[in-house]
Design a protein around this ligand. Structure first.
Ligand code: G4P
Length: 525
């Protein structure tokens, strides 16, 4: 009974956006509403500014900030909200993809001037893989942005999801007057000068003259026309379709002015999913099952290089997690006792005695845990859904200090476990290749190898296009393929077979020549 109640109270979600759309600002406003912080400016951006790309202090600072703000828990209207932060910088996109496996829904922030940007598209692809429910927040309405209809069309087209506006802007930019909530049938007026939110005015009938009094006849007429058009064009909002990831409700607002944020939050707690069931290799695990289970989706190295302990982030999937109990570590097939679990509040960490489905627990770890590990009360079966994606940049690691090759090996291995990048070892000659989504990681790796492990290395660029995880039902055919492409075959960190393709055209040719081989761009298929 208690378990059911705790599940019903929880909403675990992430905010995603292209950098600069307003993710940090929105996060901060949500935390203010939740009473989790008292003043603006308390949430540090986890952004690395472009000019600081090779500034190691900045990178280290970023690591510190991202631990502090990795998970922000707060209460709002009796609901326990867990907000998972995602790195803003696109070079850390892989970290964001993994974090998305631990949420039940997302809020996507879109800049009304810029519309759908490249990073938004990539993140949406990841959401679609798991049918994660998405709410869109179109931000910066105080600026002269694009036409709202055009923005909605662009979302549908580029993000490949149906939209349903639940609020509608009244003008934009300098003449922005506010939004009309199609969901609550109420008007919210914008006061830029005072930077405050006025209480909504309920309007039962959109033809009520109160609307003309408030926003002027011209805007009122336009709004009536818009509302009629929207109600005519878009099907009625269906919570079920939203929960299935088929339609994204859309809100308009201005995060920095705290406008439209409360409506977003109020609707969010009504419609966003409670902790969802999750798949293991064996079966579907319901959150309401008595026995505890959970998985590790993120590992963060300690900031103190002298102590190599790390924080592993555990998402509770079912049952109750209790501090000090023994749980089964499936990969290592052994029991581990977790006596130092931590919960995350907005800015503090505190020891947690129990945690429920949807909660994120921080566990201090000295090297037992890695990303994707499942913990349970004994049941076998690893949670699915933490794939590696093919990197985009590949470089060979060259050791520069023969005396320190052990340290280099160990450092590389541990950093890869943290998910900083991916390591591929070629079958031929055991050449080690690091693959990343962005250039910045190479600097981070080099810096950390030196400072935390005392190993020096350099990276040599390789002309590789993609890493394809390969498989084939027919073992003979697979062996033949490996034999003929031996120079291009590598293993990932888990020993899985990978074909390292040098160019798109060449990959296409190989695919045509060996049609029985399956080629995958993610490690899980
Ligand atoms: P991010 O985390 O998605 O990268 O974006 P962030 O919240 O840091 O916002 C990026 C910039 O957009 C910030 O300005 C922020 O103040 C601004 N911003 C956020 N919401 C709104 C809005 O509703 N209207 C307008 N006009 N601007 C908004 P900045 O100059 O980069 O930083 P700052 O010095 O103002 O903090």
């Amino acid at each position: 009974m208690k378990l059911e109640q705790e599940i019903a109270k929880r909403r675990t979600f992430g905010i995603i956006s292209h950098p600069d759309a307003g993710k940090t600002t929105l996060t901060e406003k949500l935390l203010l509403f939740g009473g989790a912080i008292q003043k603006a400016g308390a949430v540090k951006s986890n952004k690395i500014k472009d000019h600081a790309k090779s500034d190691f202090m900045e990178i280290e600072k970023q690591r510190g900030i991202s631990v502090a703000t990795s998970v922000m828990g707060f209460d709002y209207e009796g609901i326990k909200i867990n907000l998972l932060d995602t790195p803003g910088h696109q070079d850390f996109a892989e970290d964001t993809y993994r974090t998305l496996t631990a949420v039940d829904s997302v809020v996507m922030v879109i800049d009304c001037v810029k519309g759908v940007e490249i990073q938004t598209e990539k993140l949406m692809e990841v959401c679609r893989m798991r049918n994660t429910p998405v709410i869109c927040f179109i931000n910066k309405l105080d600026r002269e942005g694009r036409d709202p209809y055009e923005l909605l069309d662009e979302i549908e087209e580029k993000l490949n999801i149906k939209v349903r506006p639940l609020s509608w802007p009244i003008s934009m930019g300098k003449t922005f007057k506010g939004v009309y909530s199609l969901y609550n049938k109420s008007l919210h007026l914008f006061e830029a000068s005072r930077r405050q939110v006025e209480e909504g005015i309920e309007i039962e009938d959109i033809n009520d003259t109160v609307l003309d009094d408030r926003i002027g006849e011209m805007d009122a007429a336009q709004l009536r026309e818009d509302v009629e058009l929207i109600e005519g064009v878009y099907p009625e909002f269906s919570i079920d379709h939203y929960l299935e990831g088929k339609v994204a409700p859309v809100f308009f607002g201005s995060a920095v002015n705290n406008f439209g944020v409360k409506e977003l939050l109020d609707t969010f707690i009504k419609i966003a999913p409670t902790p969802k069931a999750r798949e293991t290799e064996e079966r579907t695990i319901q959150p309401g099952e008595d026995k505890f289970s959970g998985f590790i989706f993120k590992i963060h190295a300690n900031m103190d290089p002298k102590h190599r302990n790390r924080i592993a982030f555990l998402r509770v999937c079912s049952g109750k997690f209790e501090r000090g109990r023994n749980y089964h570590h499936i990969r290592q097939d052994k029991n581990i006792r977790f006596s130092n679990a931590t919960a995350f509040m907005a800015q503090d960490r505190e020891t947690v005695d129990e945690a429920w489905p949807g909660d994120i627990v921080g566990i201090f770890d000295t090297g037992n845990l890695k990303i994707g590990d499942t913990l349970s009360e004994g049941e076998k079966g690893t949670f699915k859904g933490i794939p590696s994606f093919s990197p985009e940049i590949f470089k060979e690691v060259v050791n520069l200090d023969a005396m320190k090759s052990k340290q280099l090996e160990k450092g590389l291995y541990q950093l890869m476990e943290e998910g900083v990048a991916q390591l591929f070892t070629f079958e031929m000659g055991a050449k080690k290749v690091v693959g990343t989504v962005g250039a910045l990681q190479f600097e981070v790796i080099q810096h950390r190898l030196k400072h935390e492990y005392g190993a020096t290395c350099k990276f040599v660029s390789l002309n590789l296009y993609k890493a394809c995880w390969i498989a084939c039902q027919d073992k003979k055919k697979l062996d033949e393929f490996i034999k003929s492409k031996y120079r291009h075959i590598a293993r990932d960190k888990d020993g899985k077979l990978v074909f390292m393709a040098e160019s798109r055209a060449w990959l296409q040719m190989v695919q045509d020549n060996y049609p029985d081989i399956e080629y995958h761009f993610t490690s899980e298929f």
